[in-house]
Ligand binder design. Structure first.
Ligand SMILES: Nc1ncnc2c1ncn2[C@@H]1O[C@H](COP(=O)(O)OP(=O)(O)OP(=O)(O)O)[C@@H](O)[C@H]1O
Ligand SMILES: [Mg+2]
Length: 357
């Protein structure tokens, strides 16, 4: 997965005098499942529409397979889009919906019939050809929308929150379907979501965006385990986000206590942000902890207990399979490699990174 299929270079998009995307750089490899993840309004759909050709950037280029396609119309691009609203034609049946694009391309009836059969099989809806659209569930409609995109044999499928309207169970089923489709078809997926769990489950690469800037690009593991700044840490999963002072290499002061860590190169006596995941906070006897605290709440979550511990004026979030009752005195211990040190942002909307490896 090394060659760049799509390359977004220095993309800037301005709406009503406001920079919605500011010098965005990103590339997408062939066969990659890449997810744009970020809060509402951060520019995900805008980025996707620029890739799809539904919007033109004010500055910058879109390169596809080495060719500049910045000004190319959507139907001339080798990609298909599945929007959040499925936009199926309600007056046509399933087969007619899937066939629509192929008819426009004047494909033969035999070719179209074959494609419909194949696509319905892929989305696990064999035999649904004659079904009316309004006689399908939301999840089935979504799968038809995907089938309709697939029969055009796009090199890239752009999906904008395609599962947003589905309930949790169906969303999970569809996540597996999409991963399977990606593996079977070898298509490149560019996927948009604001659901971090969905992004972690499905993606080869996650692009975390905020306020029109890319905050971090990485594998789900990278993004979760090594967030590059406080925004990413806070957005991805639950975390304890603390201000700290890097005393020297491998030693950080948090809440007035010194913690051993593994990070180097942050200077001496420098302010830093520190993230510690709740599952990495270990509760021990008060006298052996790095700091002492008191359990303030306990909730059973099925697999683990979720507890809060007030220690040195900070409410720590703790996940553990061992339960410590509310009000008990505990010590807090964190292994050095479970402490993640990050640079403090220089400004509110700093660009953390703009090129993926
Ligand atoms: N056609 C438009 N005209 C003016 N402003 C727009 C236009 N389209 C988008 N915007 C603005 O650009 C910003 C980014 O919008 P975008 O749709 O890309 O966000 P998003 O990340 O997809 O959010 P969501 O998760 O809510 O879908 C928003 O502030 C939005 O109001
Ligand atoms: Mg959007």
């Amino acid at each position: 997965m090394s060659n760049r299929l799509i390359d977004l270079q220095h993309i800037t998009k301005i709406f009503d005098g406001e920079k919605i995307l500011d010098d965005l750089n990103l590339y997408i490899r062939e066969n990659e499942f890449l997810t744009l993840l970020g809060p509402s309004g951060c520019g995900k759909t805008t980025t996707l529409r620029i890739i799809g050709g539904f919007l033109f950037p004010d500055e910058g280029s879109v390169i596809f397979d080495g060719k500049n396609i910045t000004q190319l119309a959507p139907n001339k691009r080798q990609l298909n889009t599945v929007f959040q609203k499925y936009a199926l034609f309600p007056n046509m049946n399933v087969a007619e919906n899937i066939a629509f694009g192929l008819r426009i391309k004047k494909k033969s009836k035999a070719y179209i019939d074959d494609k419909i059969k194949y696509a319905l099989k892929l989305v696990n809806l064999d035999g649904y050809e004659k079904r009316k659209i309004d006689a399908l569930s939301g999840g089935q409609q979504q799968r038809i929308a995907i089938a309709r995109a697939i029969v055009n044999e796009p090199k890239v499928l752009l999906l904008d929150e395609p599962l947003g309207a589905l309930d949790l169970k169906m969303r999970q089923d569809m996540q597996y379907e999409l991963i399977r489709l990606k593996n079977e078809l070898g298509i490149t997926f560019v996927y948009v979501t604001h659901d971090q769990e969905e992004a972690l489950t499905m993606s080869d690469t996650i692009v975390v965006m905020n306020g029109g800037y890319i905050q971090q690009i990485g594998t789900p593991e990278d993004i979760y385990n090594e967030p590059q700044n406080a925004f990413v840490a806070d957005f991805i999963g639950d975390s304890n986000l603390l201000g700290g002072t890097m005393i020297q290499d491998r030693l950080v002061e948090i809440l007035g206590a010194k913690f051993l860590c593994v990070d180097e190169g942050f200077g001496t006596n420098n302010p830093v942000d520190v993230v510690i995941r709740p599952e990495d906070v270990e509760l021990v006897k008060p006298e052996v902890g790095i700091i002492k605290g008191r359990v303030t709440s306990v909730i059973f979550k099925g697999v683990h207990y979720e507890m809060t511990v007030l220690a040195n004026n900070f409410e720590w979030l703790v996940h553990s399979t061992d339960m410590y009752p509310a009000d008990s005195e505990v010590g807090i211990f964190v292994k050095p490699f479970n402490i993640q040190i990050m640079h403090k942002p220089e400004s509110e909307d700093e660009k953390a990174v703009d090129i993926n490896e």
